[in-house]
Design a protein around this ligand. Structure first.
Ligand code: FE2
Length: 231
């Protein structure tokens, strides 16, 4: 499969993959937060930065849909207006849950205070039900409407905005998380979406680089290995 094949029709599969990344990362986040020892500000800063990056990505993912998807569907008489309103309400609930998380994360990141840690873990857990509900609903009821209503180029704007929203320092980790979300059967399609230089780099060193980024996020990287494996 080539990049041209991937982009000849609206690539709604990529959105499914991004949804999977959000589900996996937020599901893992509560345990990741709870595992940070009280007072370990090095770890709390690392995990807080990861949550801030995820929050920025989810916020932009939804903002792009609010601006580019719902208005087009709402203007289409063949689309059930109640479904569009439901999507908008789901986004509002997720935005409220994300706001709660965004407020708790920086405080805990700075202090590694155990009470604030629980507030962050609780806020992560509270985000999951509305997120799961919305993503499944969108995949079932919105994505099938896309090929008849968006050109590949119009739909690609959502992907471009999504990619641009990933903070630079988190791109490698998120690329690996996307690859993991794609699974073995989705690797060819995952690779076909990457710009050629990134694809080449990923083929040569992607798994190793992502493993390193994951170990850093989880604090399982033995001290002194950074230089040896970076070669
Ligand atoms: Fe989406």
């Amino acid at each position: 499969m080539t990049a041209a094949d991937v982009h000849s029709t609206p690539d709604t599969d990529e959105m499914v993959l991004v949804h999977r990344l959000f589900r996996r990362e937020y599901r893992a986040a509560a345990a990741l937060v709870s595992g940070v020892p009280a007072g370990d500000t090095g770890r709390s800063r690392t995990v807080a930065a990861h949550l801030a990056a995820l929050g920025r990505m989810l916020e932009e993912h939804h903002l792009a849909e609010d601006e580019l998807v719902w208005p087009r569907l709402a203007a289409d008489p063949a689309v059930d207006p109640a479904m569009v309103r439901r999507m908008e309400r789901q986004h509002e609930r997720i935005a409220a849950a994300l706001h709660r998380l965004d407020e708790a994360v920086p405080r805990w990141g700075r202090t590694a205070d155990p009470v604030q840690r629980e507030a962050v873990a609780d806020a992560c857990a509270a985000l999951l039900p509305p997120l799961d509900e919305h993503l499944a609903d969108e995949e079932e009821h919105v994505l099938p409407l896309v090929p008849d209503r968006f050109t590949a180029a119009q739909w690609a704007v959502l992907s471009e905005r999504g990619r641009a929203a990933v903070p630079k320092a988190h791109r490698l980790y998120m690329l690996g998380a996307l690859s993991a979300a794609a699974g073995p059967s989705g690797q060819a399609r995952f690779l076909a979406r990457l710009p050629v230089p990134v694809r080449l780099l990923w083929r040569v060193a992607g798994a190793r680089l992502h493993r390193r980024a994951t170990e850093e996020l989880h604090g399982t990287r033995p001290p002194g290995r950074a230089r040896a494996t970076a070669k």
